[in-house]
Design a protein around this ligand. Structure first.
Ligand SMILES: Cc1cc2nc3c(=O)[nH]c(=O)nc-3n(C[C@H](O)[C@H](O)[C@H](O)COP(=O)(O)O)c2cc1C
Length: 363
């Protein structure tokens, strides 16, 4: 039933342009017309990562619920965790429309939204109204386009949401804010992580609880760039890396008409690239640092393969554009089936089993 409703929902939304469809889907989730799909917990899928107990390894990636309007509705769809944002201190409108494009043949999306969001205060009020409810809600933080001091915007995010976030994601990998990805360069990254993690340490003392901080990186880095990020991740008390954001590459697309649109590409064509970068990162950082694999997941097999390539947890966004709101529960249920099939007693046993395969892959 949920499968039929889910595909009906995504087919209906396809009648609208992508940004209108996104707004309608948020309204539908808020209104409760999309039925929740509470899954019984499979103990084999439960893991503690960065000190947080995750009921299953599948999360909603940042960018769908930018303004923290529907975190509980997303969790009710079967996601083990959800991530709101990217949130910037001041509200901003983002780039001119149209700025989201579907590449249907490729099961992909190009977006150049540019961190459109209602700002910290609006999201803070929404998250405050759900404070104390169960469910893992990460807060993804960024910098305003016109920020004079970008690092200060990230520090603001940590301080503002400290009491409400289960974890933070420091997003320095959106391709749609000019210069943002420059924060991935070694010296800038070191200064950013130093400031963000110092703010976290102060807040941890004040609140009596250390909130994990993850760093979200791009898939378009050079080998040297990845070396630098790995070195900085290990040099600071960072809790993990999210690999990856959207790509600037247009390699291998069938839909040539949209390929020239500026912005970040996500969905199926990002799977191989982001998975190879993930495996390369696992090899660099060793077994202890948590990694979250994102990019092109649309099935339980895709999710399992990210875990085999080095991920502790995974996230998706674009897959849901094509698969509908029932996708999360379908994937989580099918992960259990994969464990049955492979005679595996805990999902973490899959981790790293195909790191070599992915790092050797030529794209
Ligand atoms: C429309 C859209 C908006 C996005 N906005 C954000 C964002 O605000 N912050 C962020 O960190 N990632 C953002 N992303 C990137 C996703 O979180 C994810 O990293 C990327 O899309 C790859 O995953 P996917 O192939 O499953 O979509 C956005 C992606 C899409 C498609």
């Amino acid at each position: 039933m949920i499968g039929a409703l889910s595909s009906l929902a995504s087919r209906t939304l396809f009648a609208f342009d992508p940004e209108t469809a996104h707004g309608l889907s948020i309204r539908a989730l808020k209104s409760g017309v999309i039925p929740p799909c509470r899954l019984p917990e499979d103990p084999r899928l439960v893991q503690t990562v960065a000190g947080i107990r995750f009921p299953n390894p599948l999360g909603l990636a940042a960018g769908y619920d930018k303004n923290a309007e529907v975190p509980d509705a997303m969790l009710a769809l079967g996601f083990g965790f959800t991530e709101v944002g990217t949130l910037t201190p001041k509200p901003q409108t983002g780039n001119d429309k149209p700025r989201i494009f579907r590449l249907v043949e490729d099961r992909a999306v190009i977006n150049r939204l540019g961190f459109n969001n209602e700002g910290h205060a609006a999201a803070f009020n929404r998250l405050s109204s759900r404070a104390g409810r169960p469910g893992i809600v990460g807060v993804n933080i960024g910098a305003n386009k016109d920020a004079v001091d970008r690092v200060a915007d990230y520090v603001d995010g940590i301080r503002r949401f400290y009491a409400l976030a289960t974890y933070f994601t420091v997003n320095i990998s959106s391709p749609n804010t000019p210069g943002l990805r420059d924060l991935q360069a070694r010296e800038s990254l070191s200064a950013l992580l130093g400031a963000v993690l110092a703010a976290r340490a102060e807040e941890a003392v004040r609140h009596g609880r250390s909130v994990p901080v993850f760093l979200k990186i791009a898939p378009d880095l050079t080998e040297e760039g990845l070396d630098d990020i790995a070195a900085e991740a290990l040099a600071h008390p960072l809790d993990g890396l999210i690999v990856s954001n959207t790509t600037l590459s247009r390699e291998g697309l069938k839909d040539k008409s949209m390929a020239n649109q500026a912005g970040g590409l996500s969905g199926a064509p990002l799977f191989a690239l982001s998975t190879r970068v993930l495996a390369g990162m696992r090899r660099r950082v060793g077994p202890a640092l948590p990694l979250i694999g994102v990019g092109g997941i649309s099935s339980a097999e895709d999710a399992a393969e990210k875990i085999r390539a080095g991920a502790d947890l995974v996230q998706l966004y674009s897959g849901m554009v094509y698969g509908g709101p029932g996708l999360a529960s379908t994937i989580v249920k099918s992960l259990s089936t994969i464990l049955d099939r492979d005679g595996v007693s805990a999902i973490r046993e899959l981790r790293d089993t195909r790191v070599d395969h992915w790092t050797a892959m030529k794209l």
